[in-house]
Design a protein around this ligand. Structure first.
Ligand code: C2E
Ligand code: MG
Ligand code: MG
Length: 255
């Protein structure tokens, strides 16, 4: 599949909660299977990890995403891009060097790139993970803990991981409608805030979930309600649409 270019990336928009401005995108891998159509990551990433092929595929993803980001920046859309990295990728000796090379070769400024890692990846070998994340941070990239709250989170380690962002798992956003769920969400957002971390609400599907996250002071959010993952061209169309609309508004005011 890698050799015949069957892997591709889709992008899900991430919005700032107070003004709903688009601030970034998360890159999500897809496999265009020759007969089965588009396959979702849950159905092939475990195999890529088991075989170690995730390293080669991840390298391509990283490059592609950096290239796309540079193109958007050139078109005056300075948005951030987030790339998921699995345990296997983080553990290989040259992941740091690969990130550095992707930045250097594409010319993307490091501060626009976020590497997302899940808690379970970090906790698998926390000491090693701390070391790796520190090296990553030295490149200037941002680091996010993905699916926060679902892994074996050790709060004592949270202090030691040099992370910038907590991505609050969809299960907490989903459960925020009842009293206990709301309390838990509140606590997670406050935890992030008091540690000086950006908080992202994941998997927002309902208007009520969006309102609750906004009321709790969550910084940014993503979800089907706000925007589905989409191909590069579709994203571009989507990105220029609100601008065109606001230009029209501006024009209407001057008339
Ligand atoms: P993730 O990083 O937590 O990505 C978010 C997942 O939630 C995506 O699933 C996205 O499509 C889905 N999602 C977004 N908004 C909503 C919503 O409102 N409702 C629901 N139900 N789901 C929503 P996807 O694309 O199937 O990816 C699944 C996981 O596969 C990702 O979870 C990530 O851990 C992994 N993954 C995706 N791309 C890559 C990659 O390039 N490399 C690696 N190592 N892992 C990847
Ligand atoms: Mg992610
Ligand atoms: Mg997630």
């Amino acid at each position: 599949a890698l050799e015949s270019n069957q892997f591709f990336v889709v992008y899900q928009p991430i919005f700032r909660m107070d003004d709903m401005a688009l601030v970034g995108v998360e890159a999500l891998l897809r496999w265009q299977h020759p007969t089965q159509g588009v396959v979702e990551p849950a159905n092939f990433i475990p195999h890529l990890e088991q075989t170690g092929m995730i390293v080669a595929v991840g390298r391509e993803v990283l490059r592609q995403v950096c290239r796309d980001a540079v193109e958007w920046h050139r078109r005056r859309l300075p948005i951030r891009v987030a790339v998921n990295a699995s345990a296997h990728q983080l553990a290989t000796g040259d992941f740091i060097a690969e990130v550095a090379a992707a930045l250097r070769e594409t010319g993307l400024e490091a501060r626009y790139l976020t590497i997302e890692v899940t808690e379970s990846v970090l906790m698998h070998d926390a000491e090693e993970a701390i070391l790796r994340l520190r090296q990553l941070k030295q490149l200037g990239v941002r680091i996010a803990i993905d699916d926060f709250g679902t892994g074996y989170s050790s709060l004592s380690y949270l202090r030691q991981f040099p992370v910038d962002t907590l991505k609050i798992d969809r299960s907490f956003v989903f459960a925020s409608n009842d009293v206990q769920g709301r309390a838990l969400l509140h606590t997670m957002v406050q935890l992030g805030r008091s540690m000086g971390l950006e908080t992202v609400g994941e998997g927002i599907e309902l208007e009520t979930e969006l309102r609750i996250l906004q009321a709790e002071g969550c910084d940014t959010g993503q979800g089907f309600l706000l925007g589905r993952p989409m191909g590069k061209d579709a994203l571009w169309e989507y990105l220029i649409r609100p601008r065109v609309a606001s230009d029209r508004q501006a024009a209407a005011h001057t008339n």
